[in-house]
Ligand binder design. Structure first.
Ligand code: NAD
Length: 288
């Protein structure tokens, strides 16, 4: 099975932390990328953020100016979902809510060709449930990048019950062509990485709630002595508490309330305060 050809148009829906990064990855790999976000100005902001990041790398001599200019030409901001009509692959990276994702996928089926691939970047929701009820559920699969998408190599290729082998193989080869390291997973709650990572966050949060130690000390210990690249709190601040809390809730619900995956009240409070981490300037740490 071949990867998607470079001349194929890729669309990305949702231009937040993940969508913008995925658009960058696809554009660097040579695709024209149509970037759409429902929030006014968000797709422009996502595109500018990508280019600002690349400008910094160019300044440091770590990225070619010519490739930066090509990426700028290739990422095109869409005004409406209808602008995605030529996409052969759509990657959805919107809010982690099943009903919203399902409605976006249903609208997408009205727009793109019947054999275009519809991929979701969901961290935890059932790919099977996202695809259910569509006219062509066989063309839906998970294409799960990690944050930041241009840097992190791993991509989970997630099969729902109805996903076709052809679609999964194309996504696998496409991820390789995009210089990623794909792994296959089935649509279980949190797939592989987010399932294994949940207890990392959960135990950090429990230590905090039980006043065993403070945020900075727990992060330092796990980073310096535990060998993790980031401590749980700095990692949650990077991911965004809205996203992380939604993922924990979805994994907890999907495992019928298994206490191992119980969400934390401390994180619920951060979400209530809109202290979502780096993206709002404050989370467990203050970034202002
Ligand atoms: P984000 O909040 O940074 O961005 C989401 C974007 O989607 C926002 O710009 C929002 O305006 C847009 N959006 C919301 N509803 C929409 C709709 N109906 N149509 C079009 N646009 C819409 O979120 P994120 O961190 O980029 O996460 C996006 C997805 O990626 C989620 O499913 C999340 O679980 C997954 N994910 C996140 C991470 C992470 O570390 N943040 C890692 C891997 C996967």
């Amino acid at each position: 099975m071949n990867a998607l050809s470079k001349s194929s148009v890729v669309a990305v829906i949702g231009a937040g932390a993940m969508g913008a990064g995925i658009a960058q990855v696809a554009a660097q790999a040579g695709h024209t990328v149509i970037l759409f976000d429902a929030k006014e100005g968000a797709a422009d902001k996502g595109r500018s953020g990508v280019l600002a990041g690349l400008d910094k790398l160019v300044e440091k001599g770590k990225f070619e100016q010519s490739l930066r200019n090509e990426v700028a030409e290739r990422i095109i901001v869409a005004a409406s979902l209808g602008d995605l009509r030529d996409a052969r692959l759509v990657v959805e990276a919107i809010v982690e809510k099943l009903d919203v994702k399902r409605s976006v996928f249903a609208s997408l089926e009205e727009v793109v060709a019947d054999d275009s691939i519809l991929a979701t970047n969901t961290s935890s929701l059932s790919v099977t449930a996202i695809a259910a009820g569509l006219n062509h559920p066989e063309r839906v699969a998970g294409l799960h990048f990690f944050n930041p998408a241009p840097v992190m190599k791993l991509v989970e290729i997630v099969s729902g019950l109805a996903s076709s082998k052809q679609v999964l193989d194309t996504l696998f080869e496409t991820a390789r062509a995009w210089k990623k390291e794909p792994v296959r997973a089935t649509s279980t709650p949190g797939f592989i990485v987010n399932r294994v990572a949940r207890p990392y966050y959960a135990e950090g949060l429990r230590l905090l709630e039980e006043r065993a130690s403070d945020v900075a000390s727990i992060d330092t210990i796990l980073r310096e002595a535990g060998g993790f690249r980031m401590g749980p709190f700095e990692l949650m601040d990077l991911i965004g508490h809205d996203v992380n809390f939604a993922v924990t809730r979805s994994v907890f619900d999907a495992y019928f309330g298994d206490p191992r995956f119980r969400p934390s009240l401390a994180q619920q409070e951060l979400v209530a305060a809109n202290w979502l981490g780096r993206k709002t300037g404050r989370g467990f740490y203050d970034y202002n």
